[in-house]
Design a protein around this ligand. Structure first.
Ligand code: SAH
Length: 260
């Protein structure tokens, strides 16, 4: 039995609590007033259909988890990119989100989420608390909020932390907590985590991440190998220690220390 997170409450100051929803509720007046000036041309009204095509492509590309496909179909990616880029929002491409950072490709987001759901501890009872390093525009955090009971997402750039908060406000995801800080330190207050996912890659996995992972938990992160090639790394924390698996090559922005 897979358990879906609920949307039981409200963010402080976010207005009345919404009714429980199977998909994410339309977050802004744009969805209710399609003629509004800010309605993104070419995506606005039929975004559900465009998203459904994206989900079909993800499935054809090998994403097998119905839960992940459902989450990718529910989160409106076009609301997380600049208005000049909305027409590319459902293409399988990374896009600039400001301050030199990028929103990850949908196929990579889906792939990493599917890996998280494969954690030993998530197989029965679903995914518990998840830590995301690199909130960026907040898109992947929103997807994770559909898959996990609780999501903590850390961003080191104040400008993007604020942007993500703005992007996410109307979605009212009561199980998603945005934090401003250096993700290389993890977030000890929320530990232990059922899963940790990094959207930025360094050349080593910070010790704090391994320490804050629960037994039965899984970490998924890009890592630069000695030749400089970045690869997707999975670390499973077992009762007998850490088990590492190196998967396919990936291209993520660098993991940096400190805040800015
Ligand atoms: N998941 C994001 C992807 C953002 S790109 C999205 O859906 O948009 C990766 C992000 O990681 C960038 O915003 C970058 O600023 C952030 N980052 C890099 N190093 C970090 C660190 N040490 N702590 C927190 N965030 C970090």
């Amino acid at each position: 039995m897979q358990r879906r997170p609920g949307f039981p409450a409200r963010l402080p100051g976010a207005g009345p609590a919404p009714a429980p929803a199977r998909t994410m509720p339309p977050p802004s007046p744009v969805a209710r007033r399609p003629s509004a000036v800010s309605s993104p041309v070419g995506v606005g009204l039929d975004s559900a259909a465009v998203r459904a095509r994206m989900v079909q492509k993800l499935a054809a590309g090998g994403i097998g988890s119905a839960q992940v496909l459902q989450a990718m179909g529910a989160v409106e990616r076009h609301r997380f990119v600049d208005s000049a880029l909305v027409n590319q929002a459902y293409e399988d491409t990374s896009l600039p989100i400001g301050l030199g950072q990028t929103i990850s490709k949908p196929s990579v987001v889906a792939r990493m989420c599917e890996l998280l759901l494969g954690a030993e501890g998530a197989r029965s009872g679903g995914l518990g608390r998840v830590l995301e390093i690199g909130t960026g525009c907040g898109y992947q955090a929103a997807v994770l909020s559909q898959l996990a009971r609780e999501v903590y997402s850390l961003e080191r750039l104040r400008g993007l932390h604020d942007k993500a908060r703005d992007n996410l406000r109307a979605f009212r995801l009561a199980n998603l907590h945005l934090l401003f800080g250096d993700g290389t330190l993890g977030y000890a207050k929320g530990a232990p985590y059922a899963a940790i996912i990094a959207a930025a890659g360094g050349d080593a996995v910070p010790q704090a991440w391994c320490d804050q992972l629960a037994v039965g938990g899984r970490l998924v992160a890009p890592i630069a190998l000695s030749g400089g090639q970045q690869m997707l790394l999975v670390i499973d924390k077992t009762p007998h220690g850490l088990k590492q698996t190196v998967l396919e090559p990936v291209h993520f922005v660098p993991l940096k220390s400190g805040i800015a």
